[in-house]
Design a binder for this molecule. Structure first.
Ligand SMILES: [Fe+2]
Length: 405
């Protein structure tokens, strides 16, 4: 599987990504300076002494600043300059968050893997970035009963044609707190909390979730880039922004191929082989111009919050030097009928099964997508694990990064 070369080739040959302006020129050694410091922090973070940490952090930040200064000097207009400066700020923010995550001391001796199930799930998570399972029927019935009143409300909204996410989902309040408590009990009894904790390296549990109704909609294809004969089969495939929050999807209704099963693409992330700075760029590049106060907001005029649907955004994206060019939501960018589409689509594993079927996964390192529902209805929980109690502010931002808001 040569996804990395196919992805480059995809951008080179995709008509929607063809622009005259050359890519910015950035010295390879600067990128290497960043990448080496990052890798050291990522690999040895918790064990580094404070002076080593500080030095590596300064080396990475200095390289990052220089990379973006070099690009800014090559901009041909004000919009490009703003793009580069917004991207620089976003990369610096994510770098600081990831460094803070890696330098937290590991929870030595506090993790347990008491059952065979927990051991198996932990190994599966660390080798394949996901683990599939099924909740016991009694738990499924309990979750369905807790959710019933809200689901009825969503169904009434859908019947009345109100299809916004806020009409069809809930992510706070009493129902959600009760669902979280029931899920934590269920995942604990299956050894899943132990497995996730072992994977993360810290004691972890369910801290948030969104209860969602999905119904068949005829407009999902509008999210594709205009002018193509059909959307790519990889539409919606993406990696999440945050590296520190494992996720789960739990079905509360039976899901077949036409009910929008969750799909994942094992090993595609590994085969992309992105460098650290390239990966950071990829996770945040789609945020450029999202702030309504940004001059890029009106300039891009992104439809459906989808960056690549905007031609000016695509032009800016293609100015990025190859070693840094990456979009973690690249499922939208795939040319229908091209080699990349065939290769990635053939890797997809769809989660089909009765109510109670679940997947626990590392959304930052497992390419995945929500299903495109073509008939009927689907009720599911989007679940977030963490080792911290989320403040309102973190929860708000997290919802944006997981795409709930
Ligand atoms: Fe996601």
């Amino acid at each position: 599987m040569n996804v990395s070369a196919l992805l480059e080739q995809n951008y080179d040959s995709h008509p929607a990504f063809r622009f005259d302006a050359p890519a910015f020129d950035v010295e390879q050694s600067l990128v290497a300076d960043f990448d080496n410091a990052y890798k050291a922090v990522c690999r040895f973070g918790g064990e580094l002494n404070p002076s080593a940490r500080g030095r590596l952090q300064r080396q990475a930040k200095a390289a990052l600043d220089e990379v973006f200064r070099t690009m800014a000097a090559q901009c041909s207009d004000e919009f490009e300059r703003i793009f580069v400066s917004e991207l620089a700020a976003e990369c610096a923010r994510l770098m600081a968050e990831e460094f803070a995550w890696y330098i937290r001391p590991p929870a030595l001796g506090r993790l347990r893997l008491d059952s065979d199930e927990a051991i198996e799930a932990a190994v599966e998570l660390s080798t394949r970035r996901h683990v599939l399972g099924r909740l016991p029927e009694s738990i499924v019935a309990e979750l369905q009963a807790i959710a019933a009143a809200d689901v009825s409300k969503f169904e009434a909204a859908a019947s009345a044609g109100r299809l916004r996410r806020s009409d069809l989902s809930v992510d706070r309040g009493r129902t959600v707190r009760r669902l979280i408590a029931a899920l934590n009990r269920a995942f604990a009894s299956l050894g899943m909390l132990e497995a996730v904790s072992a994977y993360v390296g810290r004691s972890t549990r369910v801290v948030g979730l969104s209860l969602e109704l999905s119904v068949a909609q005829s407009s999902w294809w509008k999210n594709a880039i205009e002018g193509l004969p059909r959307p790519p089969q990889t539409l919606y495939a993406h990696l999440d922004e945050s590296i520190s929050f494992p996720k789960a999807i739990v079905y509360l209704t039976d899901v077949t191929d036409s009910h929008g099963p969750t799909g994942c693409y094992p090993q595609v992330y590994e085969h992309l082989g992105c460098g650290p700075l390239q990966e950071i760029v990829g996770r945040v590049v789609g945020n450029a111009g999202n702030d309504p106060r940004s001059p890029l907001h009106a300039y891009y005029a992104k439809a459906y919050h989808q960056s690549m649907a905007s031609e000016p955004f695509r032009r800016h994206f293609m100015r990025l030097p190859r070693p840094l060019r990456f979009n973690s939501h690249f499922g939208w960018d795939v040319m229908p009928g091209g080699e990349l589409e065939g290769e990635v689509a053939s890797q997809e594993r769809r989660m089909i099964g009765p109510a109670g079927t679940f997947i626990v996964f590392d959304g930052a390192r497992l390419l995945h997508r929500g299903g495109l529902i073509s008939e009927g209805r689907r009720v599911a929980l989007q679940v977030v694990f963490s080792d911290i109690t989320l403040s309102r502010r973190v929860w708000g931002r997290l919802k944006r990064t997981v795409g709930w808001a």
